[in-house]
Design a protein around this ligand. Structure first.
Ligand SMILES: [Zn+2]
Length: 173
């Protein structure tokens, strides 16, 4: 059965045949971060997909992965395109490099997972929190519940990790 849900006024839909995303977001709904690990080469991949981007093998199993990492890049959105985000602007879109599988299979590669900066309970972060986060910030994954079978993996500041004195931020005038 197709899953239909709504997030900030936007419709979300997962079709029955979208096996990889059904499995991925279903695990997220249990607040458990999993990725597919290739049976052939042993590397995990993101986003979920039907075959390994490294070796092409379709066989994989879902394995738990630590939701911790470092902000690799970010966008600070001041002009929300969708009305659902208007109240939350400015908000951050983070590209987070996971600690798991860094520099594999080559030194330039890593698993980098997109998400918004949120509070520990999964709500889009307020402006004073947005200003503190930049490239190099340490973050941990939290989940925003959307429906019974869907939660969005998001990022919150990792209170237990040492943070850089001044995370790198784009100059703003
Ligand atoms: Zn592979």
């Amino acid at each position: 059965m197709t899953i239909q849900a709504e997030y900030l006024g936007m419709p979300l839909r997962l079709d029955d045949q979208d096996h990889e995303n059904r499995a991925y977001f279903g695990l997220c709904a249990r607040h458990s971060f999993h990725l597919q690990r290739c049976d052939a080469c042993g590397l995990v991949r993101y986003p979920p997909g039907t075959a390994c981007p490294w070796c092409g093998d379709p066989r994989a199993e879902w394995v738990p992965v630590a939701g911790r990492g470092t902000v690799h890049s970010y966008t600070e959105v001041h002009h929300a395109i969708h009305p659902g985000f208007r109240e939350a602007a400015p908000y951050l879109v983070l590209l987070v490099e996971l600690d798991t599988q860094r520099s594999q299979p080559t030194e330039h590669e890593a698993i980098r997972v997109l998400g918004n900066l949120v509070t520990p309970d999964g709500v889009l972060a307020p402006p004073e929190m947005v200003r503190k986060v930049g490239i190099g910030s340490r973050v941990r994954m939290v989940f925003t519940d959307v429906a019974q079978d869907i939660a969005l993996p998001q990022w919150a500041l990792d209170e237990e990790a040492p943070q850089p004195d001044r995370p790198w931020r784009y100059p703003s005038g």
